[in-house]
Design a protein around this ligand. Structure first.
Ligand SMILES: Cc1ncc(COP(=O)(O)O)c(C=O)c1O
Length: 370
């Protein structure tokens, strides 16, 4: 009951400009409806699930649930520091990398600043910008028929879009929802020409799947460029999306600023234990990567042989471009229990984003397609 009261008008101006996250389909209800026949190909999760070692560690950590988690997450950060070969002071943990992307804008930008990102870049970038009250500079993406990265980031135009008041540039490499990427040489040139007073955030949520020649990680440039921030996650190749653990690697002074605003217990004790054990299970990660990359290229072959245009991808999903409105196709798949992600909200209504599922799910997708 509203009683004539509406708190919207009391919200601050940044929040008034935002809309609540659109969760898409009601997945719990769909799981009940379709049972084992559902193919969940909408959220870029790892169909192999978490490492058994992570499951075991999480079960043990449950016993400590009556305690607050370690607010510094030191055991996980130490393991990450060793894994990445960086000092522990250069790592911050997030409740998913989503939280960190938002925190960075909140900590470093406000109404006096602009933030640069690409059209068709990851959806959280404009939200982080709006939540900080900063001015968005959305740079047109590469054209749909670009040979290497259709709809991808146009780094040279993005560089030219940086203003004197720009505080942050968000780049996703590879990018969601396009799956496209840019090579290390392009990033090196971007960093060499960007002012040190602009924080360059490279979102590497899909890094573990990357095997393209010419692409390694932005981390290789972090010693030379203290304004570079890399974000990563345990949600994708590590198979822990439900746990919500992400991290960033940055100059220690960037981490120190983020720590001022980070909620002290943002990563719970089960998540800390699960992520640490997952990091130690290189075999499961390797298996996830090999399964995904082989399955993705198998699915690409099947789709292309049936006339669907698939964009290049270094991720655990494929974007298909129908050249015309994709909503009827999405509806058809949905009715058959195959859940994929329509892209109208991104301004790409002619495309669908399809996560790589188990072989069984991928076959159900192929059966459901006209
Ligand atoms: C490019 C990209 N960055 C970041 C995220 C956020 O991941 P999480 O908050 O689960 O770490 C996602 C999730 O889909 C993503 O696709």
């Amino acid at each position: 009951m509203s009683n004539g009261f509406d708190a919207t008008r009391l919200a601050n101006s940044a929040t008034r400009a935002l809309r609540a996250y659109d969760p898409g389909h009601d997945l719990p209800a769909l799981r009940k409806h379709f049972g084992a026949q559902i193919a969940e190909l909408g959220s870029n999760e790892n169909p192999l699930g978490p490492s058994p070692r992570a499951l075991e560690a999480m079960r043990n950590a449950l016993k400590e649930s009556f305690r607050y988690p370690d607010p510094r997450g030191l055991a996980l950060k130490t393991a990450l520091a060793e894994h990445l070969g960086v000092d522990v002071e250069r790592i911050a943990l997030g409740n998913g990398s989503h939280e960190l992307l938002i925190l960075l804008a909140q900590c470093f930008a406000d109404a006096a600043h602009s933030i640069v990102y690409s059209q068709f870049g990851f959806a959280v970038f404009p939200i982080a910008t709006a939540a900080a009250g900063a001015q968005p500079i959305c740079v047109p993406a590469l054209p749909h028929d670009h040979a290497r990265a259709p709809y991808g980031h146009d780094l040279s135009t993005m560089l030219g879009a940086i203003h004197p008041d720009t505080r942050i540039v968000y780049l996703a490499n590879p990018n969601n929802p396009t799956g496209t990427w840019f090579e290390d040489t392009a990033l090196a040139e971007f960093l060499a020409n960007a002012s040190r007073d602009v924080l360059v955030v490279v979102d590497e949520a899909y890094h573990e799947y990357v095997d393209a020649p010419g692409l390694s990680s932005a981390l290789r440039f972090s010693d030379e460029h203290p304004n570079l921030i890399v974000t990563r996650t345990f949600s994708k190749a590590y198979g822990l999306a439900g746990l919500r653990v992400g991290y960033l690697i940055a100059h220690a002074s960037v981490v120190a600023v983020v720590e001022r605003l980070r909620e002290s217990f943002n990563v719970n004790n089960v998540a800390l234990a699960g992520a640490e054990a997952a990091l130690a299970d290189g075999e499961h990660l390797q298996h996830s990567r090999e399964f995904n990359n082989a399955e993705r290229e198998w699915l690409r072959g099947k789709l292309e042989s049936r006339g669907y245009r698939c964009l290049p991808s270094q991720t655990n999903f494929l974007m298909i471009d129908l050249g015309g409105d994709a909503s009827a196709l999405e509806r058809r798949l949905f009715e058959r229990g195959v859940i994929v992600r329509p892209m109208g909200g991104y301004g790409l209504p002619q495309t669908l984003r399809i996560s790589i599922g188990s072989r069984d799910e991928n076959e159900r997708l192929l059966q459901a397609l006209p």
